[in-house]
Each structure stands twice: as C-alpha cells, then as structure tokens.
Design a protein around this ligand. Structure first.
Ligand SMILES: [Zn+2]
Ligand SMILES: [Zn+2]
Length: 220
C-alpha cells in the first residue's frame, strides 16, 4: 500500500518555483522509494568531500527467482555498508550483504535453506546532464559504476546482482549429500537401498544396465 502524501499548506508569499521545489522534496521523501531503507538520501553527504555514512539495515527486497529456488523470499536481507563522498558528488559504497535462500540440492533434489553472503564495492556518480535515463556508465576496473539522480541512491539493483553472483556453482544440501540411487531413485540420505553396492560410476550405470540386458538376451 502506498503511504498517503501529507497535506501541505504553503504560505501565500512563496514563489511558484519555491513552492514546486518544496513539493518535490516532500513528495520524494514521502514517495514509495523513500520509505525503503535501501534507498538513501545523500544530500547531506554530498555537501562536503570526505563525509561518510555507515550503517546496518535489514530490509525486504523483491524475492529473486533462480533455477530451483528463490533468494530473499522468507527473510529480509541484511546490509552493512559505508558510503564515502570522494568528491564531485561521487559516492563510494563498501557493502557486506547476507540473505537467506531456498534452493534445490543438485544431488538429492530436496529443497534446502542456505545463507548467501557477498562483499562488494560500487561507485555512485551523479547522472551527467547529457546522459539519458537508460544510459549506463562504464565500470571502472575496481567496481561497478551506477548513475544516480536527484540526491537519492538506490542500493537494490546492486544487491540483486551481487546475490546472483553469490549463488553457489553447485547447490548441495550438505557437503556429504549422498544423493539419489541411480538405479531405484532412493534418497540415500534417508536410508540405503538394496541395489548392488558395486554399481560403479553412476554415469556408466545406464551402459552397464544395457550390457546386462543385452547379455541376457543373447543367452536366451
Ligand atoms: Zn542433497
Ligand atoms: Zn537403489
């Protein structure tokens, strides 16, 4: 639900331009974005070079769908950050992020919960006047560069990208997951099955099975 905008009574003597600027400021602060702790007003920070803002926030983000699961659906993400004004209204972000994810084990195919963590840096630059809304800056070698508008930086897209990068290459419910029996499909974490112990390399199981049948057929 969108928060209601406040009723603003403007003094009669205000110029139209001043009134418009006050309205803009109020609406921006009360708008949907400004209620999100991951959208940060940096006006005070950019007044002076070297100023820093650091904090820790817990916030809900739009859950991220990944193959076999979702990130950040059940709990808010936690972000520890430091923003430094490095001059010319550029803001250097150092961040440490944790989020809960529900994934599917590659071996036993059961869902499991895990925590993703990421440490990253980003550089926020005011959008140049000749850059359109869709124009994106080139990254420096060290960090992703993001344009920001007005006096507001939005950390959510960086969070989304870094959570995707934090995904494990192999999703395992636990390091020693025993997986499924390649013959009968039994989840071997739960209990063993009666299939032969020396089934060998599961990738060769199909071939072994074929050879076994083929051999039998020849015998007939
Ligand atoms: Zn597993
Ligand atoms: Zn089996």
């Amino acid at each position: 639900m969108r928060p209601r905008r406040p009723v603003v009574r403007l003094p009669g003597l205000l110029t139209a331009a001043a009134a418009a600027s006050i309205m803009n400021a109020l609406c921006r602060r009360d708008g949907e974005n400004m209620t999100d702790p991951l959208v940060i007003d940096v006006e005070a920070l950019t007044q002076q070079e070297g100023r820093q803002l650091q904090g820790e926030v817990e916030a809900r983000i739009e859950p991220i769908d990944v193959p076999g699961g979702t990130i950040a659906a059940s709990e808010p993400v936690r972000l520890r950050f430091r923003l430094t004004h490095t001059g010319e209204r550029q803001l250097w972000l150092e961040a440490r992020l944790t989020a809960r994810a529900r994934l599917t084990c590659d071996r036993c195919l059961e869902p499991f919960d895990t925590v993703l963590t990421a440490e990253y840096e980003e550089l926020y630059r005011p959008r140049p006047e000749d850059a359109g809304p869709g124009d994106e800056p080139e990254d420096t070698g060290e960090a992703r560069v993001i344009y920001y508008d007005e006096d507001v930086i939005d950390l959510r897209e960086g969070i989304r990208q870094n959570l995707l990068l934090a995904m494990p290459l192999k999703q395992l419910c636990r390091d020693d997951c025993r997986g499924l029996c390649p013959h009968c499909g039994q989840n071997l974490n739960e209990h063993a099955c009666d299939c032969e112990e020396d089934a060998g390399d599961p990738r060769l199981a199909a071939l072994a099975e074929w050879l076994r049948r083929h051999g039998k057929e020849e015998e007939v």
